[in-house]
Design a protein around this ligand. Structure first.
Ligand SMILES: [Zn+2]
Length: 457
């Protein structure tokens, strides 16, 4: 026996809630306030703000909104609409509230769509946009054995690239659409499109090793590799892997130059340039952050540990009270600062590592000390040659960002942002290229000169 249980729900809104409004930016860029209560907003006012003509038929009890050649009929109390003569269901009902016709943003969007419009939710309110104005992102995948590349194009502004444990997330400045889902090829586990975000989920074993933008036309390449989880890395990885850490990010701006250049931006630009040189030399590179996002110190080195990187290089720009200070300095981890300047640098760059952390680190990673000092020396020697300065050298300091690294790890201060001349020099793309090439050469020399790994037991 089948029992049919029909529930009729009556929602009584008896609370005397004060009226609120949501700000809507029209196609012409005007801002209008539209009545809203909770998730509901006045759809008649919204359609009028969108430039639609809205009429009411007392005979049918329904509204009709028209714009250009399109027409949408909807009825308060109903979840159906007639769109250009065809019956269609809406995501939710259109209701009446305090003498107004209201619906959720989702339902309102469904009424706007046949009129050639869409609604974008943002922190400042809602924005009406023509449907066609949404960038359509083209995505394709190229696979070759244990590596793959995800190629993305069709956008005019660089999205933020956020590498996640199970994939990569692109955050655009405005809503985007995806032209078509790329074939998975056993590499992609799924693709999600949500307003301003595109998320590519990777199949088990696949990881992002780096990404690179190219211009004219703007496009993004995301490099992927498959790592066999059960086998030792020396046996599976054909390419060395370097993790570069652009210092600071997000609210943490780092040092600021006299004319306003921010360390967090310089470190990211430089890291991208270094990554370019290393990749062209056949080295896999991963950045700890791909955009202007805040990242905890522990998370930075965790990226390198998880990927079992061959080395970790944290890139920074120095600041000093002496405005004339110039040149680069390279640090590697040590419980004892090599001098008072080194202690100050560690204190400025991050909360210095605490004693317990340091003891654990020293016990676990004494073996990396020697390699870290070699990496630091390869970098510092070249940086001194580049700047013609001899007196700055390799230093040791308890940098929290290096604590916990399970591989050779160093922190480079490429110059002094506090020095107005260095600020200009470091901001020049030509100088950044020279600096990036120098850093890459140092890293490559370190990788080449490593003692060969002991055979696996
Ligand atoms: Zn810094």
């Amino acid at each position: 026996m089948v029992r049919c249980l029909c529930l009729s729900l009556v929602v009584v809104l008896a609370l005397p809630v004060s009226s609120a409004a949501v700000q809507v930016t029209t196609l012409g860029g005007n801002k209008v306030d539209i009545f809203s209560r909770g998730e509901l907003l006045d759809v008649v006012a919204l359609l009028q703000a969108a430039g639609a003509k809205v009429g009411f038929s007392a005979a049918s009890g329904s509204y009709v909104a028209s714009r250009e050649a399109n027409e949408v009929h909807f009825t308060p109390g109903g979840s159906l609409a007639v769109i250009n003569g065809e019956l269609a269901s809406l995501p939710g009902p259109v209701r009446t509230l305090e003498g107004r016709v209201v619906a959720t943003v989702e339902t309102a969007s469904a009424l706007l769509k046949p009129l050639g419009l869409r609604l974008l939710s943002g922190p400042g309110g809602l924005t009406l946009l023509p449907l066609g104005a949404v960038p359509v992102v083209e995505a394709s995948l190229r696979t070759s054995g244990d590596s793959a590349t995800l190629l993305l194009s069709g956008f005019e502004e660089r999205p933020q690239v956020r590498v996640e444990v199970d994939g990569v997330r692109l955050v655009f400045a405005e809503a985007v659409q995806l032209a078509s889902t790329p074939r998975s090829d056993g590499v992609l586990a799924g693709v999600q499109v949500q307003e301003r975000e595109l998320r590519f989920l990777l199949a088990a074993g696949w990881q992002v090793t780096g990404s690179e933008f190219a211009d004219n036309p703007l496009r993004l390449t995301v490099n992927l590799v498959r790592q066999a989880p059960a086998t030792p890395r020396a046996a599976t990885r054909t390419q060395p892997l370097v993790v570069l850490d652009p210092g600071h990010g997000g609210d943490d701006e780092g040092a600021k130059g006299p004319s306003g250049v921010l360390e967090k931006n310089l470190t990211l630009t430089l890291s991208r340039r270094v990554a370019g040189y290393l990749q062209r030399a056949g080295v896999a590179v991963r950045l700890t952050r791909e955009g202007d996002e805040a990242l905890g110190l522990a998370d930075r080195v965790a990226v390198a540990n998880r990927l079992q990187a061959d080395c970790f290089v944290s890139i920074h720009v120095n600041a000093a009270t002496a405005r004339g200070a110039r040149g680069a300095e390279t640090y590697f981890m040590s419980a004892e600062p090599s001098d008072s300047e080194a202690a100050q640098a560690a204190a400025r760059e991050n909360a210095p590592a605490g004693p317990v952390q340091l003891i654990l680190w020293e016990l676990a990673h004494v073996a990396n000390l020697e390699a870290s000092s070699r990496l630091a020396l390869e970098l510092q020697t070249r940086l001194n040659q580049l700047s013609g300065i001899r007196d700055r050298g390799v230093k040791q300091a308890p940098f929290a960002v290096l604590t916990g690294a399970t591989m050779p790890a160093v922190l480079v201060e490429v110059g002094f942002l506090s020095n107005p001349e260095e600020e200009v020099r470091l901001s020049s793309p030509a100088e950044q290229e020279r600096l990036a090439a120098t850093l890459a050469e140092g890293i490559l020399a370190f990788l080449r000169n490593r003692p060969s790994p002991p055979p696996n037991p």
